[in-house]
Design a protein around this ligand. Structure first.
Ligand SMILES: [Zn+2]
Length: 431
């Protein structure tokens, strides 16, 4: 089947294990694709080979005879495994929760950060029953509410006592390997009672400072005049998620100009993160912000049960919206690879396909056609091109290969459908 003497694989199939003789120094080879790796400044055709769970070689031409298995990816794009800084993957405990492997890993997000689904009371279970048994690499921001995001009926700050600094700190000390920061959601009513007010924000700050970690803030419709009051307590490397939401406490003033407090926060290193969600991506806000030169530093999905069937679908669906808005492939992929890798302290290991990095990669196919890109208000923009993840590699192993019909383990969901117009509508009720 394979003529290893010439190094030419004559097999028509995309993924054929090599059984012929010769020295096979690589476990897996991605051949023929255009490598887009902003961390290395590479955007050109390169073959990428993996051995023992690490990137072993990135070269113009690696022979298929040198690898046990080859993903033939001519005409496609290969990127480092994507990093989603904002997801909710604690199913069965948090009402937002979805299973991580079919929704994140199978769609190309090899590393995700759960944004506060668990608090001090529930984090041990999150670790044991989700993080440690999932194939998706999961890290977390701990909710400053000790209960985390349990139910839609009782907000995580219904009583101010749920914002418990001591218990958060004890949990961080036990799980420092997984906890990257403190999450706080500030929306009035369903999340934060009037008597809790802005207390959760200040408790989050106190805990984060004591632990030497950043905070991630969900600012919509908080108990304050404007986002100025929230940004006032945010520092370098803190994350303002849902940065393009279109409700109260947004980044614009009444004249649709970016607020001075937002410019000042960005200058001192506060990170603007997309966190698309079910209510936090408004085409008008995004377009206006970008016209004023304000781009998000990281692109994240806020994927959860209320948006996984639309309008988010998956992280690639959000990346496609920024490609539609005119970001280059390099600028878009930087925001889901090397920038978040640096923020979570794993640069060099994830978010790049440099030799020695962990062997996580995604192969994308470009699809031409008419694609409806929907925001959280039902507003549609029509694109003519999208990327779709077709092969996902985690730890040097092919986890999913849509191109030849290997589904991810245990999931029956079809391919990413970021262009589907049939979105579930849970506007404004959930972030
Ligand atoms: Zn969220």
């Amino acid at each position: 089947m394979c003529n290893t003497s010439t190094g030419m694989c004559l097999c028509a199939a995309l993924r054929i294990p090599h059984s012929a003789g010769g020295i096979m120094q690589y476990d897996l080879l991605i051949k023929g694709a255009t490598l887009v790796d902003p961390a290395q400044g590479i955007h050109t055709e390169k073959d990428v080979a993996f051995t023992k769970g690490l990137v072993a070689a990135v070269e113009d031409d690696i022979l298929v005879s040198e690898a046990r298995e080859t993903v033939q990816a001519d005409g496609r794009i290969v990127t480092p495994g994507m990093i989603d800084l904002h997801v909710h993957v604690f199913p069965g405990v948090s009402h937002f929760g979805i299973a991580p492997d079919p929704t994140c890993l199978a769609k190309g997000a090899t590393t995700v950060v759960d944004a506060g689904s668990a608090g001090a009371d529930t984090f041990p279970g999150f670790r044991k029953y989700v993080i440690e048994v999932s194939e998706t690499r999961i890290l977390a921001h701990l909710n400053i509410s000790s209960q985390g995001m349990l139910t839609a009926e009782i907000g995580e700050f219904e009583i101010p006592e749920y914002a418990n600094v001591d218990r958060a700190l004890a949990t961080i000390e036990q799980h420092r390997d997984l906890i990257l920061g403190i999450k706080v959601r500030l929306s009035k009513g369903r999340i934060v009672s009037e008597r809790s007010g802005l207390t959760p924000l200040h408790k989050a700050r106190e805990a984060a400072d004591a632990a030497g970690l950043p905070i991630m803030v969900h600012p919509q419709d908080a108990w304050c005049e404007s986002i100025d009051d929230i940004l006032g307590v945010m520092k370098d490397r803190d994350i303002l998620t849902h940065c393009f939401h279109g409700t109260r406490c947004g980044i614009m003033d009444e004249q649709n100009r970016i607020r001075d407090s937002v410019h000042a926060a960005m200058e001192r290193g506060v990170v603007l993160d997309v966190g698309h969600g079910a209510g936090s991506f408004d085409w008008h806000i995004v377009e206006s912000a970008m016209e004023q030169g304000v781009l998000p530093e990281t692109i994240s999905s806020d994927l959860h049960i209320y948006n996984v069937s639309g309008p988010v679908y998956d992280l690639t669906g959000v990346v496609n919206k920024f490609l539609y808005l005119g970001l280059s492939l390099d600028d878009a992929f930087s925001r889901v690879t090397d920038v978040p890798a640096d923020l979570i302290g794993l640069n060099g290991k994830i978010g790049t396909l440099a030799v020695g990095a962990w062997a996580d990669a995604v192969v994308f196919e470009r699809r031409q056609g008419t694609f409806q890109l929907e925001d959280c208000r039902g507003q549609i923009r029509t694109g003519t091109q999208i990327l779709a993840p077709v092969t996902v590699i985690k730890g040097g192993r092919v986890y999913r290969d849509h191109a030849i019909g290997i589904p991810e383990s245990g999931a029956a969901s079809p391919r990413s459908s970021a262009w589907s117009p049939t979105a579930h509508r849970h506007r404004h009720e959930h972030n």
